[in-house]
Ligand binder design. Structure first.
Ligand SMILES: N[C@@H](CCC(=O)N[C@@H](CS)C(=O)NCC(=O)O)C(=O)O
Length: 228
C-alpha cells in the first residue's frame, strides 16, 4: 500500500459514496491522492484491495497507516482530523448531532431508495441483458417518493441545507445519491422545486468540483440515451 503521508483514497466515481468523499476532499483542499478502483473491472476483488477492505467495497481511506471504510465515517474523520471549515461537521454538540441524525437516517432511506432506482433501471439491464422490470421499478420509485417527502418535510423544513444554514457532509452524501438515477436519464427531483433549490445551493457551494465528480455519471447518461 502507498506509504506517503498524504491521505490516500480508493474510489470509483460511479459510486455515490465515493463521489461524496471526493467532493469533501476537493472542497476542503485536504492534500490527498486518489487511486481509482474500477468496480466494473473487479479491481475491488484483488488480494491487495481485499487486504485493505475485506468487504471489497469503495470508498476506502488511508491516512498515515490508518485505514478506514464507510463514506460517512471517512468524511467525519477527515473533517475532525484536518483544519476544515466547521460547517462541514460542526463541533458544537447540537449542530453535530443534527448531522449525525441525517447521516444515520440516510443509510436506510436516501441511500438504498435512490440506489435501487439506478440498479433496476441501469445496472441490472446492462448486467443481465433483460428489460427493466417495470413492476419493481414502480415500487422503488414510490419508496423513493416517500424519502423525498421526508427530506422536504423534515430536513429542509426551515433551513436551506439538510442540517442547518450551511452545507455539511450530510448534503454531500444526499446529493450524490439523488444524482445517481440521472445515469439512466431520470431526474428524481424533476417534480420537486424545494429539493431542486436545495440541489442548486449545494452545487453552488461546491463549485466546479460538483461537475468534475459527476462527469463519469453524465457520460453514462449520454451512453444510456444513445441506446434508447
Ligand atoms: N455504506 C458504504 C457503502 C459502500 C458501497 O456499497 N460501495 C459500493 C459502490 S457504491 C461497492 O464498492 N460495491 C462493490 C461490490 O459490492 O462489489 C459507504 O457508504 O461507504
Amino acid at each position: 500500500m502507498a506509504s506517503l503521508r498524504l491521505v490516500q483514497v480508493y474510489l470509483d466515481l460511479l459510486s455515490q459514496p465515493c463521489r461524496a468523499v471526493h467532493l469533501l476532499l476537493s472542497c476542503t483542499g485536504i492534500p490527498h491522492t486518489v487511486h481509482t478502483v474500477a468496480l466494473r473491472k473487479g479491481e475491488n476483488r484483488t488480494p491487495d484491495f481485499t487486504k485493505m477492505n475485506p468487504m471489497q467495497k469503495v470508498p476506502v481511506m488511508e491516512d498515515n497507516g490508518f485505514i478506514l471504510t464507510e463514506s460517512d465515517a471517512i468524511m467525519k474523520y477527515l473533517s475532525t482530523r484536518y483544519d476544515v471549515p466547521d460547517h462541514w461537521y460542526p463541533r458544537q454538540p447540537e449542530r453535530r448531532a443534527r448531522v449525525d441524525e441525517y447521516t444515520a437516517w440516510h443509510q436506510s432511506n436516501t441511500r438504498p431508495h435512490a440506489a435501487r432506482v439506478f440498479i433496476l433501471e441501469v445496472l441490472l439491464p446492462v448486467q443481465t441483458g433483460s428489460p427493466v422490470d417495470e413492476v419493481r421499478l414502480g415500487r422503488a420509485l414510490s419508496q423513493l417518493e416517500e424519502t423525498l417527502d421526508r427530506l422536504e418535510s423534515m430536513f429542509l423544513r426551515r433551513q436551506p441545507f439538510l442540517c442547518g444554514d450551511d452545507i455539511s457532509v450530510a448534503d454531500l452524501l444526499a446529493v450524490c445519491e439523488l444524482m445517481q438515477p440521472l445515469g439512466g436519464g431520470r431526474d428524481v427531483l424533476q417534480q420537486r422545486p424545494q429539493l431542486q433549490r436545495w440541489r442548486t445551493r449545494v452545487r453552488s457551494a461546491v463549485g466546479d468540483a460538483f461537475d468534475r465528480a459527476h462527469a463519469v455519471l453524465y457520460a453514462l447518461r449520454e451512453r444510456h440515451a444513445a441506446k434508447l
